[in-house]
Design a protein around this ligand. Sequence first.
Ligand SMILES: Nc1ncnc2c1ncn2[C@@H]1O[C@H](COP(=O)(O)OP(=O)(O)OP(=O)(O)O)[C@@H](O)[C@H]1O
Length: 590
Amino acid sequence: MQNDTTAATQQPPIKLASLKKTFRLFRYVKPYWAQFALGLLFLLVSSLAGLALPKLLGNLVDPKSSEQLFKGMNLAGVLLVAVLVGQSVFSFFRIILFVNVTERTLATLRQTVYSHLIKLPMKFFLERRVGELSSRISSDISLLQETFTTTLAEFIRQMIIIIGGVVILLITSPGLTAFMLATLPAMMVAAVFFGKFIRRFSKQVQEQVAAANTVVEETLQGILNVKAFANEFFEIARYRKRTNEAARTGMKGGKYRGAFSSFIILGIFGALVAVIWRGVAMGMPTSALLSFVLYSLFIGGSVAGLAEVYTNLQKSIGATEHLLEILDEPAEDITPVTTIAPENQLDGQISFRDISFHYPSRPDLTIMDSVSFDVYADQKVALVGPSGAGKSTIVSLLLRLYDPVSGHILFDGKDSKSFPLSELRSQMAVVPQDVFLFGDTIAENIAYGKPDATVAEMEAAARQANAWEFIQRFPLGLDTVVGERGIQLSGGQRQRIAIARAVLKNPRILILDEATSALDSESEKLVQDALDKLMEGRTSLVIAHRLATVRQADKIIVLDKGRIVEEGTHNELIGLDGLYRTLSDMQFAS
Ligand SMILES: Nc1ncnc2c1ncn2[C@@H]1O[C@H](COP(=O)(O)OP(=O)(O)OP(=O)(O)O)[C@@H](O)[C@H]1O
């Protein structure tokens, strides 16, 4: 982020390139081009009509106007009313059209960005925070909304007024126009100069606000931890610091914005007084002078408005850059899985061959060093080892959340990369330590393993997972809402929901990350029993924290500091008198 800001401020003005980037987003407007074009036409008509106003007002105050009649009424007055009515009607429809196009476009854009975001590899998420990413989709896109609905229209309207106004003024009095215009270029240059300057501040404020929001999101998500650690005041101070920083940057930017607008006010009104003064001196009739002053005001207002447009445009270029940054990230090759091609169906045999690995975010830290092992189809293999040994990393590699730095992972003897990613993952299921429940019904949470599951299937899965008994005790049964808005489930209950999910998914390879937190013995028995049933007839890889549960495993792989140090059955490993024996003695001693 920081680099991005520095790069943006240090770069020479690449306005055209940035603008071109923004235009890439017009791709999303394409399907609605007809409505958009009609809106533009209406905008053109209402802006041109607006351009006639000063002239007609001048005519109205002309003493001769009462002699020019239209069906007995003052012609200039009638024309003025007609222009106003026309302008309001066209504006009305123009706004409706633009808003329609914008809403649809932004919905598509939101969907596109989200669809892309969720397909990005884990590597991407390691480097970013959730708050920052969700603000990309919320605030950056809202910023574009303003650009599409208001800024663009304002820009076109202002350009018409400036160009049309200047042409009309030149026809009226080239001398006075030249005099008036002498102040404008200076203002334009100032607008560009200031606009660029202000861009830096608004971008910084945007980023600092996003950083502050991250504190809110993270602390609300982890509110239990905040409270348990009595860290409310620490968080308040953290949030205060970030929001104050944003405010300070905003205020600094505000000073320049203020100076900018004072400059424009002084410039425009100073110029107006000078123009009237000079017009009077040139003997211009009052009606013509009124028109002239009104045009000058319109032009001056539009020039000042252009600066605003410029700043908005800069802001939305910033937002676009952020969005394109996400869209330009290469996504994982994820496709909807309906059926699995016979050649991609897993038999359940897994081999790690000389796997070395480090996380993309920490290239200096070797996590896995030449790890090789085999798991045969339908075997139950346990991964044990001290904390940080690399057990979860093996699971991540198996799921291809990351690719190994060197070595190969084989499924049934075939390189894991030769399988379509989604088909591979769809044949594996994970029952994690910390079960994440969506804030929805129990049914939806179970069906996460198979979104088109019927109620009967869900019930059967819940029964197999030993979860049905507690689910049916809730008055709403499967329709009970859990999570943030609903009831909180106990650790054992959450795990059984996760097991039901896995039952529904019916995976070829099952990965169990055993809960470290001890469940009460009743719950533990229910969970273990459900897991035993689930493991039947499939390859299972169990990350075991309590060694008592892995005695029956066909094979136990003992990891330490990213290397396999022992491998064998419980009895073999106990006989070895190595790390497994030590870990085992430690656990049973406690
Ligand atoms: N996303 C990550 N980025 C960088 N390093 C990581 C990441 N995840 C894990 N690590 C590091 O990789 C090493 C192995 O971690 P891993 O989670 O695989 O261990 P583990 O054996 O599963 O530990 P535990 O039993 O505590 O869950 C640790 O040193 C850890 O700090």
